[in-house]
Design a protein. Structure first.
Length: 611
């Protein structure tokens, strides 16, 4: 589904790339990315681990080797706490040359990296300084299981009240898994305005490499305010081009060029804003931490002239396999190893391409420049896309991840018999006012910012409104969810508080029997459900809390494609209920009081599900 504007922009970028010789961006770093060094050659390389820890056996996590370093079992206790301070505010930036009012953290786009060692504690003080207009916020730590700290999951209406404008909130949680992830706002679709950044937790290596290049943040980009895009997504119209929002661009580490002839007449826009740059050391093997931090688009990532070895999906190490391109749905991560074995005197395109069979955009192509150390005369690359990556971009695509038979977890875990199975049908319909909503088993979700589900559950309130879309699995320990979608859209489905086994995915409805690799199926915390297809997942209900299971396309989640899972209700009430011995921190109540006070005196425009 390639628009004329997408063709025009690609033609512009191709003409620039083939006519220019010297790589020379038109805008300085502070205008495109604020205080951030992402995308520049000044960006830091990342260590094997942070050394400001005790190092028993030479590592922060001690002698955790071989089968004893599964990231989801027996978390080490390092005795170290890492402190971060986040200030969220609005700021005008031009990541692709188009100047817009963004919402950023510490003046950085993308936001700052959180780093910790496996087993450390992380404390983040968040200050909500969003004004003009003011709005609430809440930060989710994607993929962190939050064992014994479910109130810090960061989802307004589920685990907390929003952080009111002018207020602060402190999150405290353990780095209980290791690998690559990200943090982001979970207040409406706010993260798409810029409230996100990488989350790196260092842990044992399962495959050798020399250099950690660090996060490569990939994602679609919208020039309009996210609130306006949301209004279109839910609009009372049958015009596909309105209720399915089109992105304006596609970024790598917060950068790409844009053809300003496509911008509105009154826009401030510079066409050659600048591309992200990366350096390899000749002969060395580099770890790249890929993450799709976008609102909606399914992406293909590749590097001209180089192959990649996949070593992890989300927080789950996998048996390594090679690939010419990587597929990433929104919120998914893939760690790859790349050996710098090409001509060190040349430069190469790094490519992130929005798959036009699965997503809509005015520019599918994001580029970055790869050069080798020792080459100080960086020219615009003349390299060609890898044939397999080019074929993948151009063929009819099923909007799914790699074959389940290909993605084998490094630490085996066989499928158990399920104690309970929930079957959910997903569809898009128009409600009584003619607006579009996503439904799961004929219900669309809407959070109540004043009554977080987690708090209600600890108070033995069981009469949850239908619009909260709550499923209580009681004492069942092994839960299977069968998701069937009867609409033409694919969905990257994310489960909070867990990773899960992916038992099956495919066209149509599940046959109730097929399980791919039952002795050790794929595991991750976010997985693609193909259009008109099924997805079957299974997880252990061993983490008392209130957890969202939702589509990570921002516009779909905002339109209700979410269920809330209540887990271990009796244990929740026993361990965490309010009272003199309660374990829920007082700051949770204080945050709700602050939100109640602010919302009494200000209009809260919750036009969506709220998450």
């Amino acid at each position: 589904m390639k628009s004329r504007s997408a063709s025009a922009l690609f033609a512009y970028i191709f003409a620039w790339a083939t006519s220019a010789k010297k790589f020379s961006p038109a805008l300085p770093q502070h205008e495109t990315n604020g205080n951030s060094s992402w995308g520049s050659l000044d960006c830091q390389r990342f260590p094997d681990f942070l050394t400001s820890n005790p190092l028993p056996g030479g590592f922060p996590w001690g002698n955790r080797t071989g089968p004893h370093n599964d990231p989801y079992h027996h978390v080490p206790h390092t005795g170290v706490t890492r402190y971060y301070d986040f200030v969220i505010s609005r700021q005008f930036l031009s990541p692709d040359g188009y100047k817009k009012n963004s919402i950023v953290v510490n003046g950085q786009f993308p936001g700052p990296a959180i780093e910790a060692n496996w087993g450390d504690w992380i404390v983040v003080r968040v200050h909500n300084n969003i004004t003009g207009p003011a709005e609430g916020t809440g930060i989710h730590w994607h993929g962190i299981t939050q064992k014994d700290s479910p109130w810090y999951d960061g989802v307004p209406g589920i685990s907390q009240c929003p952080i009111a404008p002018g207020s602060s909130f402190t999150y405290r949680f353990q780095a209980d898994v290791y690998g690559t992830s990200w943090w982001h706002s979970h207040f409406s679709a706010q993260y798409t305005a810029g409230v996100f950044g990488p989350l790196i937790i260092y842990g044992p290596k399962h495959e050798p490499y020399d250099i950690d290049v660090g996060p490569i943040l990939l994602g679609d980009y919208y020039h309009r305010e996210y609130f306006d895009v949301l209004e279109d997504a839910a609009a009372a119209t049958e015009d596909f081009n309105v209720y399915v929002p089109w992105s304006d661009n596609n970024l790598i580490n917060g950068k790409n060029n844009y053809n300003c002839s496509m911008a509105p007449e009154n826009a401030t826009c510079v066409s050659n804003a600048g591309l992200a740059q990366f350096r390899f050391t000749p002969g060395k093997t580099h770890r790249l931490r890929l993450m799709n931090i976008g609102a909606a688009a399914l992406l293909h990532f590749s590097i001209d002239g180089h192959r990649m070895k996949v070593i992890a999906h989300d927080f789950e190490p996998v048996v390594p396999y090679e690939s010419d391109f990587i597929t990433l749905g929104a919120a998914q991560r893939t760690d790859v190893l790349v050996t710098a074995d090409a001509n060190p005197k040349e430069t190469y395109w790094i490519r992130s391409t929005i798959t036009l069979n699965c997503s809509v955009t005015h520019n599918p192509n994001a580029f970055a420049v790869l050069s080798y150390e020792g080459n100080n005369d960086i020219q615009v690359p003349q390299s060609q896309i890898n044939p397999a990556a080019a074929a993948a971009d151009n063929k009819t695509f099923l909007c799914r991840n790699d074959e389940l038979s290909k993605t084998v977890p490094f630490f085996p875990k066989p499928v158990k018999e399920a104690d309970t199975t929930l079957t959910i049908e997903v569809d898009l319909l128009t409600n009584g006012t003619g607006h579009h909503v996503w439904i799961m088993n004929n219900r669309t979700q809407r959070a109540n910012y004043h009554r977080p589900l987690l708090f209600e559950a600890t108070q033995e309130n069981f009469g949850f409104p239908d619009e909260w879309n709550v499923y209580d699995f009681g004492t069942n320990k092994t839960v299977r969810i069968v998701l069937n979608t009867i609409y033409q859209s694919a969905h990257p489905m994310h489960l909070h508080g867990h990773n899960f086994q992916v038992l099956a995915e495919g066209p149509g409805k599940w046959d109730g029997k097929t399980i791919i690799n039952p002795h050790n199926p794929t595991r991750r915390d976010t997985h693609m459900q193909r259009r008109y297809g099924h997805l079957v997942i299974q997880f252990e209900a061993d983490n008392p809390g209130a957890w969202s299971y939702h589509c990570h396309i921002a516009w779909h989640a905002s339109m209700g494609l979410n269920i809330a899972i209540l887990e271990g209700g009796d244990e929740l009430r026993r361990k965490y209920a309010y009272g003199p011995h309660a374990r829920i921190p007082h700051i949770m109540q204080e945050t709700c009081v602050d939100w109640e006070r602010w919302s009494r005196n200000n209009t809260v425009l919750q036009i969506d599900a709220g998450i």
